[in-house]
Ligand binder design. Structure first.
Ligand code: GUN
Length: 293
């Protein structure tokens, strides 16, 4: 079987068009949604994510307050900036790009973000509400994956889902969302990780495989059953002297060989990446709507 491609780029474009209309309607009511963006240091991958987020805001009319801080910024300085944004009525959402330099305690910074502006869904209050199935900002990558499945008519109800990766940003929240009793959930979920024995035994039993391990081309064709849906969350920079920039982007899935067996598959780039940014825009617009009642 040759897989059909789930284009995150196309799905993201249609959600962004819907959001642009909502932003225009909010502006007519005198409210411009605003996102505060903070990048500390100059990690190249983080820089390109943040630039893409700022560009996406501009495209749909969201005001973005961009803050690029030096790598030696102190934890207190960063927290002061977050607290200023908490109080700023022009800002509806706050994004602190992770990872942070090692002198900064990430947990303390995330705790400083007001849950009412936590558009990343990383504050413990947001995480707790998500786990309890209460209304809150959902973390952007997991939410993006659920939207891709839903908009590609993939049913999660009763499906065997195997997630490879247990990060706080992707694996853990995604597992939680997929077991909720709602239209995006009702799945049977297995979370695999670096200590899993015989990973292939798990992935071969999956209707849906979600690769989020951060290892290039880790999921190979022999690990996936015929007809499975394969979602690739990985974005890895692999050295490639044939490219002008010296590297290429590759996912956690060996795309060409897995596409021969899967029924549906997401590419890298153009898969989950654009969806993550789109769900951030979605949360920012939701926050702006809440702020005016
Ligand atoms: N670093 C990698 N992914 C993310 C994300 O979704 N949000 C933030 N803030 N940092 C990240």
């Amino acid at each position: 079987m040759a897989a059909r491609i789930i284009s995150g780029k196309e799905i993201a474009a249609s959600i962004r068009a819907e959001l642009a209309e909502e932003v225009a309607a909010l502006k007519e009511k005198g409210k411009t949604p605003g996102l505060g963006v903070i990048l500390v240091g100059d990690d190249p991958a983080s820089r390109s994510y943040v630039t893409a987020k700022e560009r996406a805001c501009e495209e749909i009319g969201i005001y973005s307050d961009d803050n690029r801080l030096p790598a030696d910024t102190s934890e207190d300085e960063l927290i002061k900036l977050v607290e200023r944004m908490n109080e700023d009525p022009k800002i509806d959402g706050i994004l602190v790009q992770l990872p942070l330099p090692k002198q900064i305690d990430e947990d303390r910074v995330l705790l400083a973000v007001s849950p009412s502006k936590d558009v990343d869904g990383f504050h413990p209050v947001s995480v707790g509400k998500m786990m309890l199935g209460q209304e809150t900002f959902l973390p952007c990558t997991p939410h993006g994956v659920l939207q891709m499945l839903k908009r590609s008519a993939v049913t999660t109800e009763g499906a065997e889902v195997v997630i490879v990766g247990r990060s706080n940003i992707v694996g853990k929240p995604l597992a939680n969302l997929l077991i909720q009793k709602n239209e995006f959930g009702n799945a049977t979920v297995t979370v695999c990780h670096t200590r899993t024995k015989d990973l292939k035994r798990h992935t071969l039993g999956a209707d849906i495989v979600i690769a989020a391990a951060g290892r290039p081309e880790f999921i190979t064709a022999d690990m996936v059953r015929e007809g499975a849906v394969v979602i690739d969350v990985g974005v890895n920079r692999v050295d490639d002297p044939s490219k002008k920039r010296g590297y290429r982007l590759t996912g956690d899935v060996a795309f060409d060989e897995v596409a021969e067996k899967a029924s549906l598959i997401t590419p890298v780039p153009g898969g989950v990446g654009p969806m993550t940014i789109t769900m951030l825009l979605y949360n920012t617009v939701e926050s702006a709507k809440r702020s005016i009642g």
